[in-house]
Write a protein that binds this ligand. Structure first.
Ligand SMILES: Nc1ncnc2c1ncn2[C@@H]1O[C@H](COP(=O)(O)OP(=O)(O)OP(=O)(O)O)[C@@H](O)[C@H]1O
Ligand SMILES: [Mg+2]
Length: 311
């Protein structure tokens, strides 16, 4: 399977009906039970999508998620995921197959809980802002004296937020509110799984020189078995803050493998939150290089090697 060289912010397919368009992904219906999950090269920051895309981002995110989906059920007993295959479905035409090469996976179609299952192992970003202002993280009191990017005392914590419709910002919510939204029983299991998957991912990444500082998971429900299923993308540089372990130093912002480079550029240019920003090629390339670096460290393969194995 060749990875498409072109940067695609739109990935139009004609042989399957489109179900929905997210900021980064387009979902297509395969049949009653499965979806084609297509990752474009679109990049969003501060809840808005940029006009141009990051080279190879769709393939890097797809292949990294696939890596985790294959690995995690072995690390977290009882974990169910929506992942089915990276092989294109039979229903896809030859042209469409070419268009999505490397950037699509088939997944189980599930009812997704309207909850962002966020886990934080380090105090950074919005939680650092909150902690420096109020001494709390997600409204929970924290000991004094934690430096910027320091670890959360006592280990990773679950800090859910709502999953806002396109164009609106997610809102932090208490665990009680999360339970009210999805139901007590499911809320407890989502929290348990989110923490377990995060810790397993952190330990795996740590051995490969990467700190996973925080992440966002999404979960769905298998209505037949009443089981909670890990869906969406998993532990990628889009959904997580990842830092090189050898350069980690609490007390300052960290160099990072994620969108921080782009976010910093947007902030510097006064473009934070503006729609349709055209990002200069060097910023896009620098972002691509970071995604590629973390992909290689976590999977032990280059993107090209991973795609070769798929073919
Ligand atoms: N197995 C699944 N079945 C149905 N929908 C899914 C499944 N896995 C993920 N989704 C949904 O597919 C969409 C993925 O698209 P994308 O990541 O671009 O969304 P988004 O706009 O980034 O939204 P968000 O930032 O809140 O994730 C999300 O709305 C996600 O909830
Ligand atoms: Mg998403």
């Amino acid at each position: 399977m060749a990875s498409s060289q072109a940067v695609l912010t739109e990935v139009p397919l004609t042989s399957l009906p489109k179900l929905s368009t997210g900021k980064v992904r387009d979902l297509y219906d395969i049949d009653a039970a499965s979806l084609l999950f297509v990752t474009t090269d679109r990049v969003s920051a501060y809840d808005v999508v940029m006009a141009n895309g990051v080279p190879h981002k769709g393939a890097l995110l797809t292949q990294l998620s696939a890596h985790w989906f294959r690995l995690l059920p072995r690390l977290v007993p009882g974990l169910r995921t929506h992942f089915l295959a990276t092989r294109a479905p039979d229903a896809l035409s030859a042209t469409d197959r070419q268009t999505v090469a490397g950037r699509s996976m088939t997944v189980r179609k599930l009812k997704v809980f309207p909850l962002e299952a966020i886990v934080r192992g380090y105090i950074t970003g919005s939680s650092w802002k909150e902690y420096s202002a109020k001494g709390t993280v997600h409204g929970m009191a924290m000991p004094a004296g934690i430096p910027e990017c320091g670890t959360v005392p006592g280990g990773p914590i679950y800090t859910p937020s709502t999953k806002a419709p396109l164009g609106q910002s997610d809102e932090n919510i208490s665990r009680e509110r999360a339970a009210a939204i999805v139901g007590e029983k499911y809320a407890a299991r989502i929290e348990e799984l989110a923490l377990a998957v995060f810790k397993a991912g952190q330990a795996y990444a740590d051995e490969r020189g990467i700190i996973i500082a925080d992440t966002k998971f999404e979960f769905g429900l298998d209505e037949e078995t009443d089981e909670i299923v890990l869906v969406d993308e998993v532990l990628t540089s889009d959904s997580s803050r990842m830092w090189p372990k050898d350069k980690y130093e609490p007390g300052r912002d960290q160099e990072s493998f994620d969108k921080q480079f782009l976010r910093n550029w947007l902030t510097k240019e006064g473009l934070k939150g503006k729609e349709g920003v055209v990002v200069p090629d060097d910023v896009l390339q620098a972002t691509s290089d970071r995604y590629r670096e973390v992909f290689q460290r976590l999977t032990g393969k280059t993107l090209e090697e991973a795609l070769q194995e798929e073919s």
